[in-house]
Write a protein that binds this ligand. Structure first.
Ligand code: FE2
Length: 321
């Protein structure tokens, strides 16, 4: 809607790819990595867009911190063996996998202070589904790229849906696989952000390299693009399949006007239609996930494949020109 100067505060602020809005406190949290100082900066903004708090976190080795997570009381940081490399700057993609860099998950109070770091298996957290507190445990649901992740070859990675359960009393992390299927762009009902959730949605898609038509020579005959609905309480997953050529982007959960359940709403995503050479906006009923779509809007243009998605509700009569 326009530029925001974050309250005209005197410090300079940066931001990484993803900010997290907490609908319960109405705060917007952001995390910036500052490669010139080996620090990350946690930034909290209020609803009017003014920075109300910042915390500098020492993170040696300049890891790539694309996303982070919030719980009711904590900020969750991901330290990964994908690190900034000045040598690679001329390539335009200055990040490399560094075997010697320990993967860790950090838990810090939302009010700032020291970070408690816990070691995890070598991996890169691509995106967070959500995180929440369960007694003295912190539960973190993530899409995790396995060891050896090469940022120049996203399509070769096999990211899965994992859960890290941090036991803050015992000081341990339990790492569990929730779903083996390749997936990215996890989303939760935005009302559940930083609080417990039952359902999660994700796109099963070959990242940034989905086949674009029958002439595509890549040997991925068995691959099918799909939107996934995970029931993380029952431990089940439903898949709405779009087939090999129906490359799907991020599925966004949109609640009904007066929802009576966490999954009372719709999941919307762009799905490439290889025959038309253009994208459809597909709307699924979240409670009838594998049924026929509620709507399939044939857009007159291509939408770049493998992108994030968001839905901004509003009154069309008051829309900006
Ligand atoms: Fe992202």
């Amino acid at each position: 809607m326009g530029p925001c100067d974050l309250g005209a505060t005197p410090e300079g602020y940066s931001a990484n790819a993803h900010s997290v809005f907490d609908p319960h406190t109405r705060e917007l949290h952001s995390l910036a990595f500052l490669y010139d100082s080996q620090h990350a900066q946690h930034i909290v903004m209020n609803e009017s867009g003014t920075v109300v708090r910042t915390t500098l976190v020492h993170v040696p080795g300049n890891p790539y911190m694309h996303d982070f997570a919030l719980t009711e009381h904590y900020v969750i940081l991901f330290d990964a063996p994908v690190v900034f490399s000045a040598v690679q700057l001329p390539t335009g993609v200055p990040f490399v996998w560094d075997e010697s860099h320990q993967a860790r998950v950090g838990v810090m109070s939302r009010m700032g202070g020291d970070v408690r770091w816990f070691e995890v298996a070598p991996s890169l957290v691509g995106h967070t589904l959500n995180a929440y507190e369960d007694g003295t445990d912190v539960v973190i649901d993530i899409v995790r790229h396995p060891a050896g992740f090469n940022i120049r070859d996203f399509g070769a990675s096999r990211p899965t849906l994992d859960r890290w359960r941090v036991d803050l009393v015992a000081g341990k992390v339990r790492e569990d696989r929730l779903d083996e299927r390749i997936q990215e762009f996890p989303r939760v009902n935005s009302r559940c952000v930083a609080r417990p959730h039952q359902y999660g949605y994700a796109a099963a898609v070959e990242l940034y390299a989905p086949p674009t038509g029958p002439e595509d020579p890549r040997p991925n005959e068995g691959f099918s693009s799909a939107l996934l609905k995970h029931d993380l309480v029952r431990g089940t997953t439903e898949a709405h399949e779009f087939g090999r050529f129906g490359a799907v982007s991020e599925g966004v959960f949109v609640p009904t006007e007066s929802p009576v359940a966490e999954d009372d709403g719709y999941v919307m995503a762009y799905v490439h239609d290889a025959e038309r050479g253009a994208a459809d906006l597909v709307i699924l009923s979240a409670q009838d996930f594998t049924g026929e779509p509620v709507a399939r809007v044939h857009l007159p243009v291509r939408i770049p494949l493998g992108l994030h998605g968001n839905w901004i509700p509003g009154d069309p009569s008051s829309a900006h020109p």
